[in-house]
Design a protein around this ligand. Structure first.
Ligand code: MOS
Length: 727
């Protein structure tokens, strides 16, 4: 089905079994905690595998003069040393392909320059240490601020990088109240739990990759393009993924190199990135510099709003951090300017990391709003209310749903916002200065094409197949709930098969579009299967009801298992359609934070945190809450600790492990409270849901930053807010 008009009342609205929204435990939870959920590196298909280890470039820019692999080749257990000289045939580098060991050129530190394959992991690693590479080294640029002078306008990402409305410059100069501030955010790492890993095996000219990936159909296409195969010659299996956060949206070096080595050796090859390799071999989030200008009248009505953002990427890469995107639609204002610029940095490739754009964009705009509120002597919530737009101020279309104000009001009530002292540095608890801050959350909502199949057999088991992934978010569980509810079966009767390109191509997990897209494809397949069951029963498909394993219509009921014969199967598909352009679609929320700042050391501790969100219908209260908790935790890290520190002599990330790249851990995170407001978005998709995966992070760090300012009166515009910046 195509999303070409708002979804009317539909099969899911009835929720006759009450499964939609229910806080069902994860259906794969038991498998995971007992170690029986098999991750990529744990497969042993195809017989005894060889083990591969990547040799990385020790320079950031230049070229390889020579590679001496003789010592490595003689080392115990070593079967193969792969370099650009003996790499298998590959296509050229394009947006969709990612050739490895392509030529002599080095574009960033840590780039794979050789692969050593041996009988064991230890032998491969020992062999890797014996590969001797000589380089010719060029000077590189590793500093975003310095690289700004060469910034260019990047090609469109989701939308054009620049947008203007009215006359920003004139309106800003004329505004009675003006704010002009620049915020910076550092390079960040996804730091997901499971490093990238692949088991590659060939059967003739057909390649199977057990790999850890978020978007299988895209990966299949990328591997095929890179290795000059047809997509049908490539099968990707990714049944469980230990976190991705964007680092596994695209296929990475492990998959291509394992495939190449397996081809050369004629046997399966396993390749996992060692943790320190993840930081340079794969992607990260680029640093940004963001200038925000806000001009208002004396009452705080925005007359001019500008958000300009600079980010960086490796030469030849077009991805930029779309940090100003939410400013297109977040607040009213007739005169607007949005601009994104991209500079070349000789660092590893930058790409999407959780809530690409918003996550760091809101760290700037939502703190700027706090600064503006203080300038106007207005409560930050009141300032936002005065700038609530009646329609999208850039697209000039209505919002599908927008509950920013209700989120702020509900949050204020629950948090006790009215007890906050707006004057910084006034509240003490022993040696702690106490502060309270808030920020808005806003995240774009997307729908992507996605297919599914659903089959009911005589044993009463409904089998669903989708080339979809569960990256730890709860996909297996919510799709089980949808399928069970649609067919009137208990969840235990649903067999949810994901993670295989042999299944109908699904959207994959990314951009918070996974549940809505794959869920809608599944909805469509279930509708088709209901139609087949109704016709087998001799009932009217439009009025028939499904519950308790029965189909009923006009006072008659029949057990489903009696209708399926040798099995009934149906396929379904969702396609984005016209509706998506007729409405501005975002999920919204509001974050509230209480911090303590140590008056002597500047140490910051989060004391409590509340997030109130409105994101369409909620499919599972428990997994949705977990998504919000994870996002808020990311926000704490972004505000306080997360930073890839660039060594500008060597052009590398100095802190490339989890001991020194500090993500927020239990000791950093207090009890978090999450509330979802009732909402149904019938413009979004037939499930009437919105993406929630990345909503929790959006604005969370800004609320922390605003609370820190309220605690101690120090406004830091340079993330992360480590204690040295507060003293
Ligand atoms: Mo997300 S950064 O699209 O996995």
């Amino acid at each position: 089905m195509e999303m070409s008009k708002p979804a009317g009342h539909n099969a899911l609205d009835d929720n006759r079994q009450g499964l939609i929204g229910k806080p069902l435990d994860r259906v794969d939870g038991r498998l995971k905690v007992t170690g029986r959920a098999t991750y990529a590196y744990e497969y042993n298909e195809g017989g005894q595998a060889s083990y591969a280890y990547i040799v990385q470039s020790t320079i950031a820019k230049g070229s390889i003069i020579s590679i001496d692999s003789a010592a490595a080749e003689r080392a115990p257990g070593v079967q193969l040393v792969l370099t650009y000289k003996n790499m298998i045939a590959q296509g050229p580098k394009t947006k969709e392909s990612s050739p490895q060991l392509h030529d002599e050129k080095i574009t960033h530190f840590g780039q794979p320059v050789a692969l050593v394959v041996a009988s064991s992991f230890e032998q491969a690693r020992a062999g890797a240490a014996l590969v001797n590479v000589r380089y010719q080294q060029d000077a590189g640029e590793f500093n975003l601020n310095k690289a700004k002078v060469h910034a260019r306008v990047p090609p469109p990402n989701q939308q054009a990088p620049d947008a203007t409305e009215g006359e920003f410059e004139a309106a800003f100069v004329a505004a009675p109240v003006q704010l002009d501030v620049t915020y910076t955010t550092p390079h960040q790492s996804h730091a997901m739990m499971e490093p990238h890993a692949t088991l590659a095996l060939w059967n003739g000219d057909h390649l199977t990759l057990y790999t850890s990936n978020q978007m299988l159909a895209q990966a299949q296409g990328a591997v095929a393009k890179t290795l000059q195969l047809q997509p049908t010659q490539v099968r990707i299996i990714s049944r469980y993924v230990g976190g991705g956060f964007g680092a596994k949206l695209a296929i990475q070096a492990d998959a291509i190199l394992a495939a190449a080595a397996a081809k050369k050796l004629g046997r399966p090859v396993k390749l996992a990135l060692a943790r320190p390799q993840v930081f340079h071999v794969t992607t990260h989030r680029t640093a940004t510099e963001q200038r925000i200008r806000l001009g208002t009248d004396k009452d705080g009505h925005i007359q001019a709003i500008a958000h300009e953002s600079w980010s960086g990427n490796t030469a030849g890469e077009d991805f930029y951090e779309s940090a100003a995107d939410q400013t297109r639609s977040l607040y009213a204002g007739a005169n607007r300017k949005i601009a994104h610029r991209l500079s070349t940095l000789d660092l590893p490739v930058a790409s999407s990391m959780r809530a690409p754009g918003e996550a760091v964009g809101l760290l700037a705009i939502e703190c700027a709003m706090d600064e503006l509120a203080e300038k106007l002597n207005l409560d930050p919530i009141e300032l936002r209310k005065r700038n609530e737009p009646s329609q999208d101020p850039t697209k000039h279309v209505p919002y599908s749903t927008r509950q920013l104000v209700p989120c702020m009001e509900e949050g204020a009530r629950r948090f006790g916002w009215n007890k906050r002292n707006p004057k910084p540095g006034q509240v003490r608890d022993g040696r702690w200065l106490i502060g309270h801050g808030m920020a808005a959350a806003s995240r774009g909502n997307f729908l992507r094409p996605s297919k599914a199949s659903a089959r009911l057999d005589g044993d009463g088991i409904l089998t669903v197949r989708m080339g979809m992934t569960d990256i730890g978010t709860g996909s297996y569980t919510i799709f089980t709930q949808i399928a069970a509810e649609m067919l009137g079966l208990p969840p235990q009767r649903v067999r949810m098969l994901l993670g295989d390109t042999e299944f109908p191509a699904a959207a994959g997990s990314g951009g918070s579009f996974g549940a809505a897209s794959a869920g809608s494809g599944l909805y469509d397949a279930c509708m088709a299967l209901r139609g087949k069951l109704a016709s087998a029963a001799g009932f009217n498909a439009d009025s028939a009801l499904f519950a308790n394993g029965q189909i009923s219509d006009g006072g008659q009921s029949k057990p489903l298992v009696e209708l399926v014969g040798a099995g009934l199967e149906a396929e379904g598909e969702i396609k984005p359609g016209a509706t998506l352009k007729q409405f501005s679609q975002q999920a919204y929320g509001a974050h509230f934070v209480e911090v303590g700042v140590d008056m002597d050391t500047g140490e910051v501790r989060i004391r409590r945190m509340l997030g109130v969100f409105a994101a369409g219908r909620i499919l599972n209260e428990k997994t949705a809450r977990s998504q919000a908790l994870g996002g808020m935790t990311f926000g704490i890290g972004a505000a306080l600790t997360e930073e890839l520190v660039v060594d500008e002599q060597l052009g590398l990330f100095a802190n490339h492990d989890l001991a020194e790249y500090h993500v927020a851990t239990n000791a950093d995170v207090p009890a978090l409270e999450v509330v979802f407001l009732p909402e149904v978005d019938d413009k979004a998709n037939p499930l009437k849901i919105k993406g929630i995966g990345e909503l929790g992070i959006c604005g969370a760090g800004a609320a922390v930053a605003n609370a820190i300012y309220n605690a101690c009166g120090v406004r830091v515009r340079d993330y992360p807010m480590t204690l040295d910046k507060l003293l």
